[in-house]
Design a protein around this ligand. Structure first.
Ligand SMILES: Nc1ncnc2c1ncn2[C@@H]1O[C@H](COP(=O)(O)OP(=O)(O)O)[C@@H](O)[C@H]1O
Ligand SMILES: [Mg+2]
Length: 362
């Protein structure tokens, strides 16, 4: 299959493509080093069949892929939206494999100058899947270059300087741009408008998480009991990447506890040691809620102020922490800022009365 070979030229450093994860890796999960995440490659689904969950999205995509293949055309440009760790990069690779075409990967922060983008676009071959991660961080000059490439399959290139400067148009073979983002709202509308297919990822359902845990355990050759897999799946914030990480940790705990399999007891003990609670919240999630309650009387508090208070970058707060807190019904985004819900007080065992002033919720 064409996608299996690694073309020597044009293949952008894969490490750059994964740069988006540095935040999660370095700041949010300092205990996880790069080597381990690379080990994750073996856990990465390689086909649509192996890609578990997200059923509706996957089914549609399957149709579009077969139709494009049957017509022998490139797949329409594909826009992937969703919080980190839900499988955007994985899906982009799966699409290239299913289409049996080349795969090129980069991330917007790695594209510093127009020539960086032009350098890749000029090596694109017919029907290539070109994946740009964190596309909301693309600089305007390159966005414009990308519009033309996506729509007209041409590259505008300026030669020379001053009055003698002229633009030449370089044709590019029809290709598929796959853009991924955690922040769809930050992508300019002309760019959004050029994607023919949009896939919105949602947090995985419990059954799908369980299936992912089992599949990964199988690949890692780690025996796991049924109720242990269920508990682990429930504690991984609906996120496959987190499930895979927790699974590795539980394997470690099982080993030091002298168990040959990951049992329910191992997972309970492991979660306790990792300070992950019954809702799958990490200590920092609880801290964020607590700060809103104790310092801001439950909210509303603006994202920037909150980020400073909890010692996180606004992006990390918005991309990683908030979506799961919102999904869990603990936090709300309102036009005036972030507000915790009654459930948050309950979960933290705090009394709303003690902290009430905003009167927004109670
Ligand atoms: N649908 C899925 N089924 C099984 N495993 C998945 C799925 N989606 C993601 N994963 C696992 O989670 C990890 C993180 O996925 P990734 O594609 O890197 O997420 P994102 O790019 O959205 O941050 C992958 O390495 C893969 O092992
Ligand atoms: Mg990714």
């Amino acid at each position: 299959m064409a996608s299996k070979k690694t073309p020597p030229e044009g293949r952008v450093d894969a490490a750059e493509g994964r740069a988006e994860n540095d935040r999660e890796r370095g700041i949010l999960h300092p205990e996880i080093n790069r080597t381990e995440d690379e080990g994750d490659l073996s856990l990465r689904p390689r086909s649509l069949g192996e890609f578990l969950g997200q059923a509706a999205m996957k089914e549609n995509l399957g149709v579009f892929i077969s139709a494009a293949k049957a017509r022998n055309e490139s797949l329409d440009h594909l826009f992937l939206i969703g919080p980190p760790g839900l499988g955007k990069t994985t899906l982009a690779q799966v699409v290239a494999r299913e289409l049996e075409v080349d795969f090129k990967v980069t991330s917007a922060p790695a594209l510093d100058k127009p020539k960086d983008l032009a350098g890749i676009l000029t090596t694109v071959t017919e029907k290539t899947v070109f994946f740009i991660d964190e596309i909301h961080r693309l600089k305007p000059a390159m966005e414009e270059m990308l519009y033309i490439a996506m729509e007209d399959y041409e590259l505008d290139w300026i030669i020379g300087q001053g009055p003698s400067a002229r633009t030449i148009r370089i044709p590019i073979p029809p290709f598929t741009l796959v853009g991924a983002t955690t922040k769809a709202g930050n992508v300019s509308s002309p760019l959004v408008g050029r994607f023919g297919i949009t896939c919105r990822f949602s947090f995985y359902e419990h059954e799908d998480m369980e299936a992912i845990v089992r599949r990964s355990a199988g690949i890692l050759k780690a025996a796991i009991e049924d109720d242990a897999a269920a508990l682990l799946a429930r504690s991984a914030r609906g996120t496959p990447r987190v499930a895979n990480r927790l699974l590795r940790r539980m394997r470690d705990f099982a080993q030091v506890m002298g168990k040959t399999a990951i049992t329910r007891e191992v997972v309970e003990e492991g979660l306790k040691r990792l300070e992950i609670d019954s809702l799958g919240l990490e200590r920092h999630d609880r801290e964020i809620l607590r700060i809103i309650i104790e310092r801001y009387h439950g909210g509303p508090v603006g994202a920037e102020t909150l980020a400073i208070s909890v010692g996180e970058a606004v992006d990390t707060l918005e991309d990683y922490y908030e979506p799961y807190l919102i999904q869990s019904g603990l936090l709300q985004r309102t036009p005036r800022g972030r507000v915790v819900t009654a459930l948050a007080y309950e979960h933290l065992n705090l009394s709303p009365k003690q902290h009430e002033t905003s009167g927004l919720l109670f």
